[in-house]
Structures are given as structure tokens and as C-alpha cells.
Design a protein around this ligand. Sequence first.
Ligand code: ATP
Length: 583
Amino acid sequence: MSAVDVALSPVQEESVRATRHIYGPLALCTNESIVIYITVAGSVIPMRVLESDSIGEVKLKLQTCKGFVVKMQKLVFGGRELARNESLVRDYGVSNGNVLHMVFKISDLLVITVRTTCGMEFEFPVDRHQDIGYLKRTILKKGKDFGEELKVQELFCNGEKLEDQKLIDDITADAVIHLVIQKFAKLRAKHAERDVELSVVAANWNEETQSQGVHEPSREFQSFSKKTPDRNLLLEPFVVDPNIELPGYIWDMINSACDGLTKGNIPIRSSEGTGGTYFMQDGSGNKYVAIFKPIDEEPLAVNNPQGLPLSTNGEGLKRGTRVGEGAFREVAAFLLDHPRTGHRTLSNCELGFSGVPPTVMVQCLHNTFHHPDGFEWSSEYTKVGSLQLFMKNEGNCEDMGPGIFPVEEVHKITVFDIRTANADRHAGNILVSREGKEGRIVLTPIDHGYCLPENFEDCTFDWLYWPQARQPYSPETIKYIKSLDAEQDIDLLKFYGLDLSVECARTLRISTMLLKKGVERGLAPFDIGNMMCRETLNKESVIEVIIRDAQDSMLPGMTEATFLETVYKLMDIKLEKLKYKSS
Ligand SMILES: Nc1ncnc2c1ncn2[C@@H]1O[C@H](COP(=O)(O)OP(=O)(O)OP(=O)(O)O)[C@@H](O)[C@H]1O
């Protein structure tokens, strides 16, 4: 028996038991059985799987053996995210002895339920990274809905008073928090994924209400402010062309985040996502104002905080993207999202048709970012990345059934994804909020670090399977789509210093062409989107076949324009066939 066998045997037994659990004893007899290693948060889990297992089944085994909820797992192998749950282990080229990396997403959101004595329930989301002081203030604010009944005074857990500075996240799951108020009320809190339950029960008590002051600057920051008198060093726009003037709404976001840093409200790293994503707070410490994503912390980049390995060839987690370009793609996504009233200009503060939050490139210096090789308060340690406006939300589309989303809200996302051939549109990347007295649902697309890839290989749209995608676009949306112009878009990006590569520009041209041609023929988002997505991992999508056929027909010396003309004609033929089939 080799040393490896010895080291693995206890875990193998465990994995084998899981295999038996799912497949019965026959699973052990097959020669497809392989051992893979899953790295997660610094430890390695050996696991026996079948090459014919789907990625979904591997995730299920991890849930069975280790308790990691399937929905919260992200697996990476060979620098690529194993994003398709229905694809097989062997489709992704995973074989015996290979190492897979798992990023475990924990939701940043906790949903707190307050129940009054008369049985009324009110739910409100709080951030697990916030502290008890924040929780109290939130309950107090919400307390208006309960009248005078809910006056927060103290919170206790396991007999211990919870200090305002304690993080909500530090409270043990399943713990019962006692909210001490003047009249009886009950509170319950659960993680948005519903895998952890936290109960909060209130009892009678009579003491003075805590003062609701603003956070004191942390000790960490006090030392920082002494060392860095230059406020601009903290956070400033990263502009390629100094002649471009940033508009007021972008400055408001930067200044607000800067104010937060100055007051010692440190950037808070999100537990979700595969890259370094930081919530920037305002001066009061009560509000997030922006999201900062440094380029050196992107997945597979040199300082990725999730422990993902470095890319071996520079390619990002999705095919046709490059490590370190995510932040630029985020900014491009905002610039391309033209408002209904006309073309995007930075001075126009209107949200775009699809609602991509305002995003700009910035540089920021702070010791809370991931600096594995040490840190000094010097400009050398400044990080460059995208800064995006924080959008208040109640969670994301993964947390709820799609049936409740208004058709127009889904359609606006489909328009953006098709235009930009977005390779990362899963339901978790669409935030959900409510607007107005009726609580109209609004969807906000985020996380556009994988839009405009060089090819269409990894295009996936979760909304394809939502009923709204089968409905035709409204006349207003069709009008918007007709106004799109890929050449103008390319020029616009260039103007703002984002010069697309020939391949990415080609993607934008072809996907805009497909969207426009599709609506001309009255196709629904499903029909158009479906042409861009692979049915299975190794079967080319319709758009890929069109592009390959166009490439095959090219003679040496032919121009990009000729290539696009060929794509244009081939696309017409395919669309006519599709129209004929569906009529
Ligand atoms: N503009 C925003 N407003 C509010 N919250 C946001 C915004 N952008 C990101 N977030 C929050 O931060 C979390 C992580 O962000 P994001 O998904 O963009 O990171 P990522 O590392 O690129 O993720 P992924 O692994 O899904 O590609 C999101 O799940 C969301 O909760």
C-alpha cells in the first residue's frame, strides 16, 4: 500500500459510502470510478466519483459528505468554472487525481423576521457583516411599523449581552437572540439560503434605550490617518484621459466612499463571489455606498482572496475572457447600457435601459484589501479596480421563484445579456428590490466581469428557463433594440479609454446583429438567447456554427467587414429556418 493510499483511506471510505448512497453497490464495480481532490478554504477533500457523474451530482456528494449546500458551491478546474450542473465530469476533462477548487458562497444577507404580539410579521434583510449596533438601529427604524410597541433596548444571546461592536456574523448559527423591549414581540432570523436558522425572541425588560450614535473610527484607521495625511491617496478615479470630466453622480459615489474611509469605516469583503468584492461604507457607517472590485483580486489573479490558483495562460474563469480585465468589462457594461432617452453619456445620470448600476474605474489604498505579501501605506500598494454604485436590495433572483418577476424587468436583462454575450448570467447576479407603495419588483443586473468575451463558448443565461423569456418583446423594447448601433458602441467605449480587441468588438457586433434580426422577425428572448447558448458543454451553439461556417468560407486577405457580411447572410438563413419551424 502506498503512502497516498494510507493517507486517503479514511476519506475514501466516506466518499465510497456517499457513492453507494446515491448509486448503490454497482457504482463500485465500474471502471469509470476516479478519485479527485477538492480544495476548499485551505483543506483538501479526496472524493471518489464517476467520470459519468454530472457536476450537479458531484456537488450533491459534497453536500452529503461535507454539508456544503449545492447552491452555494462553485467548482473550478483547469482555470475554468464548472458552471453547467448537467455536464459530466469527463466533459470538463476531469480525470483521476485531478484537483478541483471549490469556492463556498455564504450569503451576505440575513432575513430578520419580527413578529408582533398580534401575529403581524415583518421581514427585513440585514447584512451579516454589520454589527449589533446596526441591527438595533435597523429594528428601531422598522419599529415605526409596530408603533411604540417595539422599542429596542438590549440584545442578549446565551445570557450574554451583545455589545454594539459585535458582528452579527459572529453569533453562532441557531442561537437564540433575546431582544429586550418594553412589550412582547418575537424575532426570527435566517440566512437567505434558508440553510441556517437563527431565532430571536423578545421578552419584557425596562431599561433605557441605547443611544444610536455614529460609529467611532476604528483603532486600525486611527493609525492609518496619522500615516496618510493625503486624503486623495485613499480613493480616486482612475482615468486614462484626464480631459474626460466625471459627472456629479459618479463624484457623489466616490466622495461618499472616501468619506467612509476617512471616518474609519473600512471596506468589508463580501462572502459571496469568487473574487475580492468589497462593500464601501459611507461616513455614518450605516450605509453601503459602493462596491469595489480590485483587478488583482479577480478569480485566478495573483491576489485572489478565495485561494483560487493563478491562471496558467491568462484566460479568465470563462472562456474568451482575460484575467485582470473584469473591472474594465464592468465599466463597459455600464457605458453600453444606454438610457431609454438616448445614447449613454457620462453626464446623463439616468439609469440605463437594463439598469446596470453606475460604474467607474478607481484606485484605492487600504490595508483591509487582500495583501498576502504585506502592506505599507504607500502608493505602491494602491489597487486599481471598478467602483459600482451599491444598489439596495432584498436578495437576488436565486432566492425566489422567477414567477413573480415582471415581464419587462426580465426582458430588460435579456436585452443586455444578448447584446453583450454575457458569460455569467446566473440568477445570483440579478438583485431584487421593491419600489413604490405597491412594492413593484425591480431587477438590477450586476457582476459583468465576463461580458463581451472573445467567443461565445461560455454564454449561459439562467433566464432562458423563465416563462417571461417566452413572451415577445413589447413595442417599447423593440424600439430600444432598433436604436442600438454596435459601431457607435465601440466608438463610445474607445472614447472612455476602453479599446475593445478585434475579437471582443466582433462579439459585440455579432450579438447586436442577432438581437436586432431576432426582433425584426418577432422572436422572443428565449429564441434569440437559445441560439447563443450551448445545449451541452461540447455541442456548439447556433451562433458558433454560423461563425465557424463564415470563417471556413473566408479566403486569405479578406477583411473583417467581409467576414461580418458572411455572418449576416448565414444568420438570415438560420433565422428564417427558425421562424418557419415555429410558425
Ligand atoms: N452594485 C451592487 N449593489 C449591491 N450589492 C452588490 C452589487 N454588486 C455586488 N453586490 C453584492 O456582492 C456580492 C458579490 O459580488 P459579485 O457577484 O459581483 O462578485 P464576484 O466575485 O464577481 O461573483 P461571482 O463569483 O458570482 O462571479 C453579490 O452577491 C452581491 O450581494
